[in-house]
Write a protein that binds this ligand. Sequence first.
Ligand code: CNA
Length: 240
Amino acid sequence: MKKLIEALKSSSCTVAMTGAGISTLCGIPDFRGPQGLYKQPDAERIFDIDWFDRDPSIYYRGTRELVYGMRKFKPGPVHLALKHLEDLGILDGIITQNIDMLHQKAGSSNVWEVHGSGLLHHCRRCGSRKTFDEICAMLDAGTEVPRCKCGGAYKPDITFFGEALPEQAFAASQELAIRAKTLLVLGTSLTVYPAAGLPRLTLQAGGKVFIVNGQPTALDDLAAARYDDLQTFADAVLAM
Ligand code: CNA
């Protein structure tokens, strides 16, 4: 990790782009890793907007633990390492594909959620709004699918497959990726577009990309360096 740590010390603008892999260290399964959700049959339907509109119970059954059990998860070593980099004045921002809100729980301040989060839910029929806690209360009371008075199902403001990304978060992420002299790509398979295209913006603008991921990614050949182990990355950063 020496090359990466040296780059962090000398970089004038550093940005992290994170994926589900960093939260496996907190006990939250990812999609495509060795123990990922996609090993289960029909898992691809859980975050699919067409399936949600057809049968929202697929989403609510599939995410009891992942989204609504999230209250029990705590930030892991990579979340803490990124907060540490911010405290050192080294990290300018975080682009996350994660929906678990753990960067905010770790205390990081400039976090852009390119796939949204479950903090708010909206009715698919009339657009009325409920908070995460209100939806949790409905689920805790035994509701299978939280519904609005109008009968529509509440959907989290998480970007499902088939939906557009939140405009403001994506625009801010593009800007950060272009400004970054060093982009840390952490725990993502880089397969979900358009977010997966962000590191190419850094490269095109002359910045360097460092990848830490347990499995190969399509960008490995263009990276300044790549490493497998997120825990080793976190340990090296926390020792700075
Ligand atoms: P992904 O496609 O599941 O990829 C995760 C990557 O992380 C895989 O390539 C793994 O090999 C790697 N990985 C997992 N654990 C480790 C580890 N301990 N050390 C090193 N590498 C590891 O997930 P992406 O984030 O790339 O895909 C984007 C999706 C996943 C987004 O839309 C997310 O919303 C969605 N997701 C988020 C969460 C979460 O918020 N925690 C959980 C599951 C899925």
